[in-house]
Write a protein that binds this ligand. Structure first.
Ligand code: MEV
Length: 310
């Protein structure tokens, strides 16, 4: 017997990090990158085959603790024995680059296990199980990555609140550039938590400003004000940099995009590596920006049409 489960990557347009503290974020499911988990019947202990490891589940390395835990918890929830199947994970989401790969691996694997055991899976249970994995990966997840990697519509997301679907209708393109450097979401989230202790007033101000920028970006999107949206994105990057979650290569790519006429640019996701996004006026401009970013050191780029949801 064989069953599969899928999930997709995600791009945070506005609100990473501040979303952890209850501020709004705008994020987009990113179907150009995806994960498929396949479960196949075998005899004996469960084995795992993924980018980082191939072998018995019980001997998987510590860095896969979030995945191993979510597999164990899902099988427990299904009330099935943890044996007699293999798990294979194929991913085109670059790992640890702010595109939600850790949440997406969990989502695809939970879906595959529920398919395999022929049980229906509610969204609430999917998010609850994914957040077990995300808590191990990030420490204090907002739930945004779980929602985006399992969802099909952009969201205006506030932690703990009902999902607000927010189809984008903006006459602009996003260029997504991968620095090729592994991001450090957990460390970045912890860094901001530490800043909250050492300098609560300043940190809280920055977080609130990031939230305000996400609210204003929402209005700019609704009014198709792309120049304004770009300005808010760049302002968000400056704040994120001041909170210690950017790095040299992200700053270089942001700077290079702006010099090449991007309407705005910022890091996306956890930061300290991973990916950045630049807002382009049109398709041709997006293609030029993509070339510029690759020349400046980006390892890979994707172009996303923000009018697609029209
Ligand atoms: C990571 O993709 C996004 C963060 O805001 C963390 C979270 O929302 O859980 C940095």
């Amino acid at each position: 017997m064989k069953a599969t489960g899928i999930s997709n990557g995600k791009i945070i347009l506005m609100g990473e990090h501040s979303v952890v503290y209850g501020e709004p974020a705008i994020a987009i499911p990113f179907f150009a990158t995806a994960i498929e988990t396949t479960i196949k019947t075998t005899n004996g202990p469960v084995s795992l085959d993924c980018f980082f490891y191939k072998g018995p589940l019980s001997q998987a390395p510590k860095r896969l603790l979030n995945l191993v835990t979510v597999i164990i918890e899902t099988v427990k929830k299904l009330d099935k024995p943890l044996k007699n199947f293999d798990i294979t994970i194929n991913s085109t989401i670059p790992a640890e680059r702010g595109m939600g790969s850790s949440a997406a691996v969990a989502v695809a694997t939970i879906r595959a296990l529920f398919h395999y055991f022929e049980e229906s899976l509610s969204n609430d249970v999917l998010l609850e199980l994914t957040n077990i994995s995300e808590t191990i990966a990030h420490g204090n997840p907002s739930g945004l990555d779980a929602a985006m990697t399992s969802g099909t519509s952009p969201l205006y997301y506030i932690k703990g609140q009902k999902f607000e679907f927010f189809p984008l209708k903006v006459s602009a393109y996003l260029v997504v550039a991968d620095t090729g450097i592994t991001g450090q979401t957990k460390e970045a989230v912890e860094n901001i938590a530490l800043l909250y202790h050492s300098d609560p007033k300043k940190t809280d101000d920055s977080i609130k400003q990031l939230g305000q920028l996400a609210k204003e970006a929402k209005q700019a999107i609704q009014q198709n004000k792309t120049n304004q949206l770009g300005v808010y994105m760049t302002q968000a990057h400056t704040l994120l940099d001041s909170l210690g979650v950017s790095n040299t290569i992200l700053n270089t790519l942001v700077h290079t995009s702006l010099e090449s006429g991007a309407l705005g640019a910022k890091l996306t996701g956890g930061g300290r590596g991973g990916c950045m996004i630049a807002l382009a006026k049109n398709k041709e401009h997006a293609s030029q920006l993509s070339d510029v970013l690759l020349n400046a050191g980006a390892k890979h780029t994707w172009i996303y049409n923000m009018r697609k949801d029209d």
